[in-house]
Design a protein around this ligand. Structure first.
Ligand code: HEC
Length: 289
């Protein structure tokens, strides 16, 4: 809506008054013809210019803007929620201490990963012994079979059968079936699994196999006997003793392996289980496993 500025309204009124007075003056007096004539000439123009903008002539337009919505009253539960304290006062110290606790906890986990040879050495061996090159850094497979996603556990449900296979390689049993339910035939993939007997120590063989099963294939580390197996590897590694995979040890592996899974296995068990138990995790009697 157009407001008419006050000074224009005044000018308009003055102009109207001036026009009527001027016309009388111009007729009655001839003493000031120039000034009168000038006034008379200017007045109608000023009046004409001001007239259309006079307030009376401005039409009232309907207000098309929608009425502003009245503020809805806030529901009670919203008000309650806004005023409620999110964390109870008594819990504040606990909440404040959480980051410190989390930091400490992460530190513990890291220490375990950084220092425990069962995790560190096993993972380094998987790369340095060449396993990663043929089976993939994460065990996804390559020129050698996939080991991850439970694959290697399906082939070898027991650790000791896998130890025989990795130590002996596949050329030595070419054409023979191996693995649970005769899953594989050695050499079928078109390449050979190189024997590791002369490349790894006993504990290295166990460690690299631990990495493939537990880390790459997600074997359950909470199953009975697993923690003891890890503890055995830890001690064997930290002792620094580098025991070779000689004939005696290989015979022990064959005696502990399952003839249904491993060609050449006897399944006879160790001669002296107290002195030289079978490697790998063992459930204690009565564990039901
Ligand atoms: C030169 C490549 C190569 C290297 C290095 C290698 N592998 Fe293999 N691996 C193979 C091939 C090829 C096969 C399948 C051979 C066959 O057809 O019998 C295989 C098979 C296996 C199998 C049997 C898997 C199954 O489900 O049948 C295991 C276990 C295995 N390798 C573990 C290892 C480990 C542990 C290492 C490291 C110490 C390793 N491999 C290093 C090529 C390799």
């Amino acid at each position: 809506m157009t407001e008419i500025p006050e000074h224009l309204l005044k000018r308009s009124k003055a102009a109207k008054g001036g026009a009527s007075g001027g016309s009388g003056d111009s007729g009655g007096s001839s003493s000031e013809p120039a000034s009168d004539g000038g006034d008379a000439g200017n007045t109608p123009v000023a009046a004409a210019a001001a007239t259309p903008a006079a307030p009376a002539e401005v039409p009232e337009f309907p207000n098309l803007d929608p009425e502003p919505e009245p503020e809805k009253p806030e529901p009670e539960f919203v008000t309650a929620s806004k005023s409620r304290q999110r964390i109870p006062v008594w819990a504040l110290p606990v909440v404040a201490a959480l980051p410190v606790w989390a930091w400490g906890f992460a530190g513990t986990m890291q220490e375990r990963e950084v220092e425990d040879p069962v995790f560190v050495e096993s993972s380094e061996l998987y790369a340095s012994a060449g396993c990663a090159g043929c089976h993939g850094a994460a065990g996804g497979g390559g020129s050698g079979y996939q080991l991850s996603d439970g694959e290697v556990i399906t082939t070898f449900p027991e650790v000791v059968d896998m130890m025989v296979h990795v130590a002996r390689g596949s050329a030595a049993i070419a054409g023979e079936s191996y693995g649970a339910d005769g899953r594989r035939v050695a050499g079928d993939s078109g390449a050979a699994m190189p024997a590791q007997r002369d490349a790894l120590t006993r504990v290295e063989l166990e460690l690299v196999i631990f990495h493939e099963r537990a880390v790459l294939s997600g074997e359950d580390m909470d199953q009975p006997g697993y923690e003891e197996w890890m503890e055995h590897m830890r001690e064997a590694y930290e002792s620094g003793e580098e025991l070779p995979i000689d004939d005696e040890y290989f015979d022990l592996l064959l005696a502990c392996a399952d003839p249904a899974v491993t060609p050449g296995a006897t399944g006879a068990g160790p001669e002296d289980p107290e002195e030289t138990p079978c490697p790998g995790p063992h459930a204690e009697e009565g564990d039901g496993a």
